[in-house]
Design a binder for this molecule. Structure first.
Ligand SMILES: C[S@@+](CC[C@H](N)C(=O)[O-])C[C@H]1O[C@@H](n2cnc3c(N)ncnc32)[C@H](O)[C@@H]1O
Length: 228
C-alpha cells in the first residue's frame, strides 16, 4: 500500500514516508507501562449515567468511538438491531448535531481516553469497536496523538471485540496494523469504495465525494474467554 505524495490536495498530506521510526518502541513502552493519567470525575459521572442502559438485558454492545455527529452510531444500530450501540465523541458541538433515529443506541459526549478505561473497569466488553476516520495527525512529530501511538492504545486493546478502523490516510491504517502486531494482534487491511447512500459517516461521505482513497482495518482483539 502506498502513501500519497504531498501536494495531492485530495489526500492527507504528510512528509512522513513509511512506518514511523519510533512507532515500535512507542507501542512497546505503552503496552508495558501502566498509564497513570487520572480519569476525570465528569467521565465517571457519565459512565454512572450509562450503566443502567449498558447492563440492562443481554444485548451485545458496539462502541462507536470518536463518532462525531453520531451518523455511524445510528446506522450501526439499524444494521445490528440485536445490539446496543454507544457512540462517544468529546465534541459537544458534534454530539449536539446528532440527528436521531430508531434503534437501541446513544450518542454521548465523552472522552474515549477515560471511557475506554472506565468501561473496562466496569467489566463491560464490546463485541465490536469502530473507529471511523480518527484525526490522522499526519506530522511525524504528532505520532503520540495518533491512537496507536498514544498511551491510551492499551486501554482500547484491553476492551477486546472486533475492531474496525477506517481512514483516508493509508499510512494511518498501515501503522495501526503495525502497532497491533507489536502488541500481539493480527489484522487485515483492505481498500473500500462506499457508494452514495452507503456512507457510514459524514467524514466517509466527505472523503468519498472528494475522491480520497479509503482504507479499512479489521482486527479481532478478543482473548480466550471473551464474548464473540
Ligand atoms: C475526523 S472526526 C470523525 C468523526 C466521525 N467518526 C466520522 O467519521 O464522521 C474525528 C472525531 O474524533 C473526535 N475525538 C478526538 N479525540 C477524541 C477523544 N479523546 N474522545 C472522544 N472523541 C474524540 C473528534 O471530536 C471528532 O469528532
Amino acid at each position: 500500500m502506498t502513501t500519497p505524495a504531498p501536494g495531492n490536495s485530495r489526500d492527507v498530506i504528510s512528509a512522513q514516508r513509511g512506518i514511523h521510526q519510533h512507532l515500535e518502541a512507542t507501542v512497546r513502552k505503552h503496552v508495558s507501562t501502566p498509564w497513570r493519567k487520572p480519569v476525570a470525575d465528569f467521565s465517571r459521572t457519565t459512565l454512572d449515567g450509562l450503566l443502567p442502559w449498558l447492563t440492562a438485558g443481554d444485548r451485545p454492545l458496539i462502541i462507536d468511538a470518536c463518532c462525531g455527529t453520531g451518523m455511524s452510531t445510528r446506522l450501526l444500530a439499524a444494521r445490528y438491531p440485536h445490539c446496543r450501540v454507544l457512540g462517544l465523541d468529546k465534541s459537544a458541538q458534534r454530539v449536539g448535531r446528532h440527528q436521531g433515529g430508531g434503534g437501541d443506541y446513544q450518542v454521548v459526549r465523552a472522552d474515549v481516553q477515560d471511557m475506554w478505561r472506565l468501561l473496562r473497569d466496569a467489566g463491560i466488553k464490546p463485541v465490536m469497536h469502530t473507529l471511523f476516520y480518527p484525526n490522522p495527525y499526519p506530522k511525524a512529530a504528532q505520532l503520540g496523538s495518533r491512537w496507536y501511538g498514544s498511551p491510551a492504545f492499551p486501554a482500547l486493546l484491553n476492551l477486546g471485540g472486533h475492531l474496525q478502523v477506517r481512514s483516508n490516510w493509508a499510512l494511518y491504517i498501515e501503522e495501526f496494523a503495525f502497532a497491533l502486531k507489536v502488541a500481539g494482534y493480527e489484522s487485515e487491511i483492505s481498500q473500500i469504495t462506499p457508494t452514495a447512500g452507503d456512507y457510514i459517516s459524514l467524514f466517509e461521505k466527505k472523503y468519498s465525494e472528494s475522491g480520497h482513497v479509503l482504507t479499512a482495518l479489521s482486527a479481532n482483539l478478543n482473548r480466550a474467554g471473551d464474548p464473540v
